[in-house]
Design a protein around this ligand. Sequence first.
Ligand code: LMR
Length: 394
Amino acid sequence: MFEQLPALPQDPILGLSVAYRADTNPLKVDLGIGVYKDESGHTPVLKAVTSAQQQYLSKETSKAYMAPAGPAIANEALQTLIFGADRDSTRIRTIQTPGGTGALRVAAELVSRAAPGAAVWLSNPSWANHTPLMKDAGLQVKEYPYYDAEAHQVDFKAMMSTLAEAKKGDLVLLHACCHNPCGADLSQEQWQAVADLAVKNEFTPFIDMAYQGFGSSLDDDAYGARLMANSVPEVLVASSCSKNFGLYRERAGTLSIVSDSAERADIAESQLLSVTRGIYSMPPSNGALIVETILTNPELTEMWHKELDEMRGRIKGLRTLLAKKLAEKTSIKRDFSFIEQERGMFSFLGLSTEQVQTLKNDYSIYMVNSSRINIAGISQDNVDYLASAIEAVL
Ligand code: LMR
């Protein structure tokens, strides 16, 4: 039967890593997939993670199945991290999922059960995997304008005028912070306006929080998700531990559902667990138990906060550095200062697909075709090479 299936191109993001690894040019630069890298281009295991893993593994006595929702203490700790200590936890249920991607897919499957073919509004642009994740779960994808590529900022007027059409039974997917791919986030006033619209039009906010702690701080980055949870009756939040805990391959993340009452929250959770039982029974536990150990041990929590601050600080410094290096290139007539204003791992360089291909083919500089770059792939060593190559293609 599989002869019916056509071959598909590689994933636009994951495929870049394969091509980068195969490239033998010693000057190659990886600005593709969104993983944090240190100055030497390495993605380190955080010290807090190594310590926590040693601690919990030394006490582990069984590999028997866990609860379908994953480790309860980890879920509670992550719920606090996302929604704050003063949240109304009676309305929120949080389950562990295989990473943030797993959370998004489980949420989409739940919505498909409740309202088959429901519409989910995605920002234009959005993470390349959002559309297939939603469509494969049977949801209908609609788009709202988000990034003004000329002005390098959120086109909030256009966004709100399109979202005025979103109605009860629709989901509106919002990036909690560090928008992937454009790096431009909503201000607090803008979050408030979207929350007001959600209440008025009765659509369900669906928050993707993959970069908490990479923008401004753990609390500031959760502002939008917390505001929605406090002001809208029904909210979904997919969160990831890939970036902020550096647990990429462990697949740790959560899906939280906020309902208007404890009864509805219990019903939603029972449905969620039936969805996950039908796909993978229960989530992986290693990453979740590492997170649990970190978040329940004050010393490890402090160690993790410091490491997270360092990662965020390094990315901010690289943003400043790249903007400065590009400004020094007198033949470049464009203003790249927006790179310094944007937040998180990603920004668009504003290059054409041809220019991106030239950077890859002639300079071994890898980025997504849209010219999204992972800022963390820049270093003191490669920034001059990068800035010169950008100057050349421009
Ligand atoms: C990215 O956007 O590069 C990351 O979220 C990794 C991925 O899975 O695409």
